[in-house]
Design a protein around this ligand. Structure first.
Ligand SMILES: Cc1cc2nc3c(=O)[nH]c(=O)nc-3n(C[C@H](O)[C@H](O)[C@H](O)COP(=O)(O)O)c2cc1C
Length: 208
């Protein structure tokens, strides 16, 4: 069946994206507002998109109730800084709590009883229980369409918990032990990074 995305209603377009582009990593984003209020929220329109500089992209939709920016987007617009914390299974419920649609002056880290650690290159704190946190500065904020802001961020500093580092010189990491979760189809469904298989890449062909 063909779905012409140009003709579909917003909700149907969203359902197609949300139910097919899976599993998606979850950026649990910490920011602070200009007046210092701390914010945390999960975003799964997120991925790594480059390594020179190391870059992530975030898809921040508008608040459906007000049509304005969500708190994460307005904080990044105001300060240019954010931290992406990756989500492990043990943090799933707290992550979910921070998806609450709350007022801008709600300290969501306090609300969900989340411990933080200071960052080194940016003001927003990082989530202490997160296996990996990326301190980022916003390179570009693009308003593409009436309903979304795309943030391209440069990763300035990465924190990886020592227990997941097998060899710091070779940067061998124990990713399965991080137990990171991803978002999958429908509402409220998540995936574990288990049930893996391995496949070698094809050898390059000569190009001349
Ligand atoms: C797992 C998960 C992933 C989400 N991904 C996104 C996303 O990619 N983009 C988005 O706009 N909202 C996403 N949301 C909804 C936001 O987390 C929610 O609107 C939240 O209230 C925004 O908080 P803020 O206003 O503090 O930024 C997601 C929610 C969950 C639970």
């Amino acid at each position: 069946m063909l779905f012409d995305m140009r003709e579909l209603s917003l909700i149907k377009r969203y359902k197609i994206l949300n139910s097919t582009i899976t599993p998606r990593p979850i950026a649990w984003i910490t920011t602070v507002s200009e007046d210092g209020t701390r914010n945390a929220a999960p975003y799964s329109f997120f991925n790594a998109v480059g390594d020179e500089p190391p870059m992530v992209v975030l898809g921040l939709l508008k608040d459906p109730a007000t049509g304005g920016m969500k708190n994460t987007a307005s904080n990044i617009a105001a300060t240019g800084e954010f931290v992406v914390n990756l989500v492990c299974e043990a943090d799933a419920e707290k992550m979910n709590m921070t998806s609450i649609d709350g007022p801008a002056d709600l300290d969501e880290l306090e609300y969900a009883n989340i411990e933080t650690l200071p960052s080194t290159a940016v003001t927003p704190e990082r989530i202490a229980s997160s296996p990996v946190s990326f301190e980022c500065r916003s390179l570009e904020m693009l308003e593409i369409g009436p309903r979304q802001t795309i943030v391209i961020g440069e990763i300035l500093v990465t924190h990886i918990k020592d227990e997941f580092i097998l060899d710091p010189d070779k940067v061998y990491l124990d990713t399965p032990a991080m137990k990171l979760i991803g978002r999958v189809h429908g509402s409220g469904w998540y995936a574990r990074g288990t049930d893996l298989f391995k496949m070698d890449r094809p050898k390059p062909l000569p190009k001349d």
